[in-house]
Design a binder for this molecule. Structure first.
Ligand code: PGA
Length: 242
């Protein structure tokens, strides 16, 4: 049985007070689907007082050292993080995270003992040009390189997030998402059959309580990476309960 996970990416939102309230509101969640939250770095320490799993929204591509303004994977692990989101489209589009940088960040995550949540997905233009699968394939090539070259390679989560669906209210139809998820699973299986079978593949992009059920009914969608709706405890928990 593959793990089911609903991950809440808070992005750069909120205050300490709001973060605490949100953590309090979800702390008693019990369900078969695992939940995890991804607050801004500054508020991660608040998570140490709660049972909910948590992770970083990003990490540095390098180990501890002279990298002003960065946060290392080791620091995230030290604080109790289980996961780290890597290669989110906002990082790729706004902060220059290339596949090479994504590779280095995943490597740091593995070495620190974190589970990377590797985000992949195409822009609207690329979808229009029928490039979805080749873009995703290129982004997933990182996994093959990690498997071959990273001694600490281990559990990884993939999040398929079509960029045109993020924060727009547009969602891929369950069938369209399923098609890409199957493709991702097949690509992983080519790297290693067991990896393909066991890897949890999340869908992300405007997941809300009213569309989650249909998405989760698809056999290869194992959960969601939720942005906007994760800032509201009820919405987030309703998605997890779907
Ligand atoms: P959204 O964001 O749910 O607000 O579309 C998803 C994400 O960016 O991970």
């Amino acid at each position: 049985m593959r793990k089911r996970l609903v991950a809440g990416n808070w992005k750069m939102n909120g205050t300490q007070e709001r973060a605490e309230k949100l953590l309090m509101a979800i702390e008693n969640y019990q369900g078969a689907t695992e939940i995890a939250v991804f607050p801004p770095f500054l508020y991660l320490f608040l998570c140490m007082n709660f049972d909910t799993r948590f992770g970083g929204q990003n990490c540095c591509a390098y180990p501890d050292g002279a990298y002003t303004g960065e946060v290392s994977a080791t620091m995230l692990k030290d604080l109790g993080c289980r996961y780290v989101i890597i290669g989110h489209s906002e990082r790729r589009q706004l902060f220059g995270d290339t596949n090479e940088i994504v590779l280095k960040k995943c490597e740091q995550a593995f070495l620190a003992g974190l589970v990377p949540i590797l985000c992949v997905g195409e822009t609207l233009y690329e979808r229009g040009q029928n490039l979805t699968l080749s873009i995703v394939q290129e982004q997933l090539a990182v996994v093959a390189r990690l498997k071959d070259n990273c001694s600490a390679f281990g559990e990884i989560v993939i999040a398929y997030e079509p960029i045109w669906a993020i924060g727009t209210g547009k969602t891929a139809s369950p069938d369209d998402a399923q098609t890409v998820h199957v493709f991702i699973r097949n690509q992983l299986s080519k790297i290693d059959f067991a990896l393909g079978q066991s890897t949890c593949i999340l869908y992300g992009g405007s997941v809300k309580p009213d569309n989650a059920k249909a998405l989760f009914a698809m056999p290869d969608i194992d959960g969601a990476l939720v942005g906007g709706a994760s800032l509201d405890a009820e919405s987030f928990l309703n998605i997890a309960r779907s």
